[in-house]
Every structure is written in C-alpha cells, then in structure tokens.
Design a protein around this ligand. Sequence first.
Ligand code: NAP
Length: 303
Amino acid sequence: MIDVTSPLPLPGSRLIAGRSVGPLGFGCWRLTTSSTEEASRLVEGAVDLGLTLIDTADVYGLDWGGTGWGTCEERLGAVLAARSGLRERMFLVTKGGIVPGVPYDSSGDYLTSACEASLRRLGVEHVDLFMVHRPDLLSHPADVAETLQSLRDRGLISAIGVSNHTVSQVEALQSYLDEPVAAIQPEFSVAALAAMRDGVLDQAMQHQSAVLSWSPLAGGRVLTGEGLRLELIEVLDRIAAAHDVDRTSIALSFVLAHPAQPIVLLGTQRLDRIDAARQALNISLSRAEWFSIIEASEGVPLP
Ligand SMILES: NC(=O)c1ccc[n+]([C@@H]2O[C@H](COP(=O)([O-])OP(=O)(O)OC[C@H]3O[C@@H](n4cnc5c(N)ncnc54)[C@H](OP(=O)(O)O)[C@@H]3O)[C@@H](O)[C@H]2O)c1
C-alpha cells in the first residue's frame, strides 16, 4: 500500500521558466490503459508522490498498446476532467511536430493546429510547456520561433521547449526567440550518454534551460539488461549493493547527479515503482562510482 501522504516537495526541486517542479516527472508515453479510473489513480498518485511535471505528446498512443494518435492526451484529458483541482497541481507538458509517415512538420500552420488540437484533447486552456518533439529540417528556425511565440502570446502555452534537437538547432531557434528556450528533452541514461558528450547538456547549463531526460531506465532495458553491456549491469549492481538499494535507483541517481540537474521522466505505469524510484533522490554517488558507470557503459576507461 502506497502512502500518498508522503512529504512534498521531493528533495532537489528544479526550476522551469520560473516554476518549481519535482526532480522526477511522470511520462505518459505508455499511459495506454482504456480505464479512466485506472489512469486517474496513476496520474493523481504520481502527483501525490511529488511527480508534479507530467509529460505527454500528441503522438503518444500510436504504439505501446495505444489505440491511436492523440489517445494518451485524451486519456489524460479524461483524468483532468475526473479529478477536479489536479490540473492546477501539475506542470503540464506536451509536444507536437511529429507526423507519422512524413515524419516531421514544424511549419506555422501545422504546429499551430497541432497545439490547438492537443489542448482540445487535454481539455485545458493552456499547457505550461510546449515542445517541438523532433527537429523539422524543412522549417526555418525563424518561422518556428514566430509560431511558438504566437502560441505563447495567445496564452495557449506558457513556455517554449524542444526535444531531440542538436546544439546548433537549439542555438538557431534561440537566436530568433525573444525569450530563452525554457527546456530541452534529450534521451539521457546510463545506456544513452550522448547528450553529456555532444554539448546538449552543456548548452542547457549555459542557458539555464531545464533538462527533461527521457527513457531514464533505457525503456526498461536497465532492468532486463537487453542490449546493454554486461559490465554495466555488474557495475550498477555492485554500486546498488554498496548503497543497499536496487539497480533502478542507481541508474536514476546517475542521471540526477549530472550538474545540468535533469528532471527524470519516469515511464513506469506502476505506482509502487514510482514510489520506489524516489529512493534515488536520497542516494549520493561518489565521483568514482559515477565515473565507473560511464566506463562500464562505454566499455573503455576514461583517459
Ligand atoms: N522526447 C522523446 O522523443 C521521448 C522519447 C521516449 C520517451 N519520452 C518520454 O519519456 C518518458 C519515459 O520513457 P520510458 O517509458 O521509455 O522510460 P523508462 O523509465 O526508461 O522505462 C519505463 C519502462 O521500464 C519498465 N520497468 C521495468 N522495471 C521497472 C522498474 N523497476 N522501475 C521502473 N520502470 C520499470 C516499465 O514497465 P512498467 O510500466 O511495467 O513498470 C516501462 O515499460 C515517456 O513516458 C515520455 O514522456 C520522450
């Protein structure tokens, strides 16, 4: 039984566009249950446990057992309708710009209609953060910036962000924006270290953009070991034993320890696992432990 009266906020709160959110967020990619009651228990439970940032996207629902485009936003919208006051307790994030079969469109008309459709499905007047899901190589950053600012000026979105963008793509967009990019959303985990090396996290620290780390457990592969170096699993388990916690907590604490102060987007659809993940917030990895995870993940010693 989970004690949802646990203390709030979680230690190590983060700032996005001047708003404080918990260091763990709840990802809705796998929120594909057809039961509004089940989804409500999960989302409200996550917020009660301090996961105040809720991340979704219009495309969520197309896979992971979903029934189609927009269905995860619809389910979240049903939850917000069923649980009065819940919307005000969360920092709501959605994303647009992926078009299956195209696959990207950040043109003004498309992105505007995508954002408006997301708000309709969610049943809200605005989202706290709207992110361009993936870079559209055919849209000029000046046009993307104008579109996003127009959505903001109309009060439909409070802050602007981008996901899966390179450093130069963020820089190009930023040069046309009249406010800082509030947040980026890269993949970052013990099994996906690129953002730490290609400048993406450095740029976020330079511009004080919040970092939302997607698939922090490599989509569950940190648990199954699938596709991961055996040495990485062994090192995670050895550190876990030393801290008397499980492998999940060590993998999450690795992400949380980066100085960019990532917000970890948990993808589990189980409240007991969300509750257990909070253990990661109390773990202080030593420098040697943190670097040993990188070496085990990459299979080569650091120079
Ligand atoms: N911007 C992007 O391009 C992008 C891409 C992917 C994801 N995302 C965002 O990131 C969020 C998280 O991604 P993700 O779902 O791949 O995250 P994840 O936390 O790395 O993986 C979650 C998966 O791990 C499984 N799992 C197994 N054992 C677990 C344990 N002990 N604790 C926790 N999970 C365990 C979960 O299954 P159970 O549900 O059975 O626990 C679930 O299937 C998404 O919901 C979405 O918001 C963004």
